[in-house]
Write a protein that binds this ligand. Sequence first.
Ligand SMILES: Cc1ncc(COP(=O)(O)O)c(C=O)c1O
Length: 377
Amino acid sequence: MNRGDFPRLDGIHYLDSACMSLRPRQVIDKVEEYYTEYPSCPGRSNYSMAERATEELESARESVAELVGTAPENIVLNSGTTEGINTVARGFDFEDVVVSDREHNSNLLPWQERGAEITAIPTDDGFDFSRLKSEVSEGDMVSVVHTSNLDGYTLPVGEIVEAAHDRGARVLVDAAQSVPHQPVDVEDIGADFVAFSGHKMLGPSGTGVLYVDPEVQEELGALNTGGGAVEDAGFETSEPKDFPHRMEAGLPNIAGLVGLGRAAEYISDIGMGRIHSHEQELSQRLRDGIGDIGSVSEVGREAPGVFSLAVDGVDPHQVSLMLDQRDIAVRSGMHCLHSWFHSRSQDPTVRASLHLYNNENDIDALTQALNQIAVLG
Ligand SMILES: Cc1ncc(COP(=O)(O)O)c(C=O)c1O
């Protein structure tokens, strides 16, 4: 799908999009446009080049907001999912934290850092709602991944939000792996906070988004404060700007964020439903191909988009290097999901993850290579 737009697809089967997606020419051009046409400070000066920078940045906010079904006033632009979760963990009051048992380190360490008591809800046989209901109480934070970066399993976040809200808890959804691959409407989900990353949705690296429900915006403190976040300031006190600008102190990654806006438009134009179906079809092809190789197995649940694989008797890092020799890029290791692997005494895996630009040729190249590697085990 749209392969001609992606210059770096030449000569490679890129299957590491869960870590970082490739960028289409349109996004790269947008980044360059900032540096060549309006390389100035947004939100600060009134000469026309700076006005253009302000307009482009705010227009990026609008494009991202539209992609996820909300108003731009609810969108904080930042550096990624990790920053979004840290912002909530440090800037919001909560009691205990309830997570799922398949969380990325970025949805565990910020809560650990705050000294919160953390309970993990089992997901191996589907999300355990009875455990959730018995663990969550008033004032808690429920912070769950939407789509897992282990295996692509998508948690029923709408129902999780409902159950958590019924018990007086707040909810954060880590949507790093869902927003780039399927329709996500943050207001339909109903979560208080939704964090995601630009660099997984065809945007520049070091860009991200934190959606904050208007009901909790007043209660959320900023991770940083300083220039750009205030209307006025003296030696002792200051008057913050309105949300979301009071959350965005310091000069942002302007080129990256305008590129992110372009990426949001790019994937909206293709259609998230279409992207999701395309990845589902390729996933089925890969699953069928792997199913025919006796000594290659899937680790985790069977879902579209992300495959954690074990090759009997072959070290996953060696598998990754052997795939690299065949121009296939995958990741090996624990994929920042150490708690999941350790709790199951699971060895590291090889992870292949898809995006809209992958095609049958990529899938067949991987299947064929795994067939050859499997005989070494
Ligand atoms: C599910 C999930 N959450 C959080 C993150 C962290 O995202 P970032 O490094 O973009 O902040 C990732 C990145 O792989 C992820 O897959």
